[in-house]
Design a protein around this ligand. Structure first.
Ligand code: ATP
Ligand code: MG
Length: 188
């Protein structure tokens, strides 16, 4: 136990830098977005300003949006409205996502934001609507103390490579498969 404590103490003493972090929450298990919004609550609790960009297909009225939008330190954008994912109209989808990313990029250039949540951004990357190289450029150019949390299944390797902290959530069991629909407060 004493040896173990010494190892841990050394590791703690070595971690003495502060830096804006890039976090990726990926995998097919439930809890990616809710974890991001948990960090958002922490940040707000410390008086930080937070920006959220949700790249989702359509608007669903989530509890987190209703809750956090009331906070004057929160900027919240839903950027997926009008996506045409089912129509296979690549040009139009790509244009919609580009416009959405321009909004996200503004947040990544705003040093007053201590945390930026890019929710479900992995899909536009995966489908090639958004160029991974330019996204990585924008992330790299953000203010040095700004934290960014990215969520979404199937995060591209290049994103995982660029991130500081990556967690893959594993789907062990989900109530949906037992025929239970999405529950308010748990799933939305
Ligand atoms: P949450 O928002 O609950 O943290 P998530 O961000 O990890 O979930 P998404 O892929 O964004 O997962 O899906 C969001 C919605 O789909 C939520 O209502 C969530 O409960 C549900 N969901 C997440 N994972 C699964 C799964 N493995 N099977 C079925 N439904 C899921
Ligand atoms: Mg999610």
């Amino acid at each position: 136990m004493q040896r173990k404590k010494a190892v841990i103490d050394t590791a703690i003493a070595r971690a003495d830098r502060d830096q804006g972090l890039l976090l990726v929450l990926t995998g097919s298990g439930k809890g990616k977005s809710t974890s991001a919004f948990g960090m958002m609550a922490r940040s707000l609790g410390h008086g930080m300003k937070v920006g959220v960009a949700q790249f989702i297909k359509g608007r669903s009225d989530t509890g987190e949006e209703g809750f956090f939008r009331r906070d004057p330190n929160v900027t919240w954008h839903v950027l997926g409205e009008g996506f045409t994912w089912e129509t296979q109209n690549l040009a139009r989808d790509s244009e919609t996502v580009q416009r959405g990313w321009a909004v996200a990029r503004e947040m990544l250039r705003d040093p007053s934001l201590g945390l930026v949540v890019l929710d479900e951004i992995t899909y536009p990357l995966k489908y090639g609507w958004l160029d991974i190289a330019s996204v990585l450029d924008d992330l790299a150019g953000r203010p040095p103390m700004q934290h960014v949390v990215i969520t979404g299944r199937a995060a591209p390797d290049a994103l995982i490579e660029a991130a500081d902290t990556v967690t893959e959530l594993r789907d062990v069991k989900h109530a949906f498969r037992a025929g239970i629909r999405a529950q308010q407060g748990v799933d939305l």
